[in-house]
Design a protein around this ligand. Structure first.
Ligand SMILES: Nc1nc2c(c(=O)[nH]1)N[C@H]1C(S)=C(S)[C@@H](COP(=O)(O)O)O[C@H]1N2
Ligand SMILES: [Mo]
Length: 463
């Protein structure tokens, strides 16, 4: 159909380019109407994509006509010329502009080259259109997913744990601002209806759970600060959320973990793996097979529909997104994704602290300056934070309330700042009384250490 239409258009356009252009525009409008009728397509996105496709189509037509040899070969001009218009029902990505490879003098060879190019562009547009449609179908399923219990009213909690110092990250990291770290080139789009969680390996009753079977085990919620092993001292690869899901232990007990199964390997639907000691599921920490994040179904890029969140372990050993399988094995029998790449087999989160304000290199007025930030030691909690100016002795900071031992805590210290350049340092002490080490180590192989240190300039108050 589209090809026939294109052929006619090409013939007409041989005489007048405007005729061809109008035809392409009409075809584009048809596509828009189809998109409007498709509940899975977003109308503004479709309109934008179609507009771009129409512009590309007209440009391609123009080039083809320029490249077309005069005479009878011209009858071929229509087909590929109209081809950059994607199938009407798909919201295609903008077609790539057709490079200027041919002019009037190139004759049939040049024409064929442009025609082949245009066909390629069209095929790409169609493929990306299908991909976008599939993605929006998953997004729709996600938005319609009913969480069996309503999770998360975070309002009151926030008031208790936020010190409200401007420039400090909020206690709750909004999903949209949560750091993302994974090896996925394209975010896996999982159909929740066909999704299964496979329980395999050293278990008594291997099985595949459906999403409904999983959530029927009962949901609970827990605040956990997730951290990446690749986070530099002072870095931002860390975020805090209210996670909702089924306790990992409950899921594993369904299958019956066998004696001697010392490692849990959590595999994603795209084959990525994390591995950690089985004890983390049974030592009392609130490890979750999570389905929600801050009261919403997991965002696609944060593991929809199901991921793992294990307090106290860096993400690379534990926090498998787009979870598809939990395999019980031994620590010796399998090394998960990052281990053969030089990262530590075990990844407990190290006690750390960060200065958020003032920012590095800032100039602040002399007088009382709030120095503030966050500190974390998941599993152990934070008992103290201290600040030091120009290495002249540690001063205790004030801590925000703690909800549990698995989240970061805000801290603030009022600095009576004197004019000139200064250095500021922070260090935290965990719930066991252990102060973080001053020794500077890189993120490889098991997480950076050292005190976050910043330089600031203080100007005289009257200047
Ligand atoms: N499937 C999959 N899950 C994954 C990863 C990955 O590459 N693939 N990266 C892990 C790492 S290194 C971290 S730090 C966390 C980050 O989770 P986030 O992107 O939701 O912040 O996800 C973990 N889960
Ligand atoms: Mo990570």
């Amino acid at each position: 159909m589209a090809a026939l239409f294109g052929a006619g258009l090409g013939l007409a356009a041989r005489r007048r380019l405007v005729v061809g252009a109008a035809g392409i525009a009409a075809f584009g409008l048809l596509g828009l109407a189809a998109a409007a009728a498709d509940p899975r397509a977003s109308l503004p996105a479709s309109a934008g994509a179609l507009l771009a496709a129409v512009v590309a189509g007209v440009a391609a037509l123009h080039r083809l006509l320029a490249a077309a040899p005069t005479g009878r070969g011209a009858t071929q001009a229509g087909q590929p010329g109209a081809a950059p218009i994607p199938p009407a029902s798909t919201a295609a990505e903008p077609a790539a502009p057709v490079p200027a490879v041919a002019g009037h003098t190139t004759g049939r060879r040049g024409f064929l080259r442009v025609a082949a190019l245009a066909t390629g562009v069209a095929a790409l547009s169609a493929a990306s259109g299908r991909w976008l449609t599939q993605r929006s179908a998953v997004a729709l399923a996600r938005s319609e997913l009913l969480l069996p219990t309503r999770v998360g009213s975070t309002g009151e909690i926030r008031a208790a744990v936020d010190l409200v110092v401007e420039g400090v990250v909020p206690f709750v990291t909004p999903n949209k601002r949560f750091y993302r770290f994974d090896t996925a080139l394209v975010v896996p789009r999982v159909d929740v209806d066909t999704w299964r969680l496979r329980l395999s390996g050293m278990v008594d009753r291997p099985q595949d759970l459906t999403y409904d079977q999983l959530v029927d085990l009962g949901l609970s919620e827990h605040w956990t600060t997730l951290a990446c092993v690749s986070n530099e001292v002072g870095g931002g690869l860390i975020g805090n959320a209210l996670w909702g899901g089924v306790p990992l232990r409950t899921v594993l007990d369904l299958a019956g973990v066998q004696a001697g199964a010392t490692q849990i390997v959590a595999r994603s639907v795209d084959g990525w793996t994390a591995g950690f000691p089985t004890g983390a599921a049974y030592d009392g920490r609130e490890a979750l097979v999570a389905v929600s994040m801050n009261g919403e179904p997991l965002p696609l890029e944060h593991g929809y529909p199901v991921r793992l969140v294990v307090p106290g372990l860096y993400g690379y050993v534990s926090a498998t997104k787009w979870l598809g399988e939990l395999e019980l094995t031994t620590l010796e029998a399998f090394d998960a994704y990052w281990v053969p790449r030089g990262w530590s087999k075990l990844g407990p989160i190290k006690t750390q602290s960060r200065i958020d304000v003032p920012s590095f290199g800032a100039t602040v007025p002399a007088g009382i300056v709030p120095v503030a930030g966050v500190a974390w030691a998941q599993g152990r909690g934070i008992s103290a934070v201290e600040v030091q100016v120009d290495e002249a002795g540690w001063q205790p900071a004030r801590l925000a309330a703690a909800l549990n031992d698995d989240t970061w805590r805000q801290w603030v210290w009022e600095w009576d700042a004197t004019p000139g350049p200064h250095s500021l340092q922070v260090r935290a002490t965990d719930g066991d009384g252990m102060t973080q080490t001053a020794e500077r180590r890189p993120v490889m192989p098991d997480g950076a250490t050292g005190y976050h240190t910043i330089r600031v300039n203080v100007r005289a108050a009257d200047s």
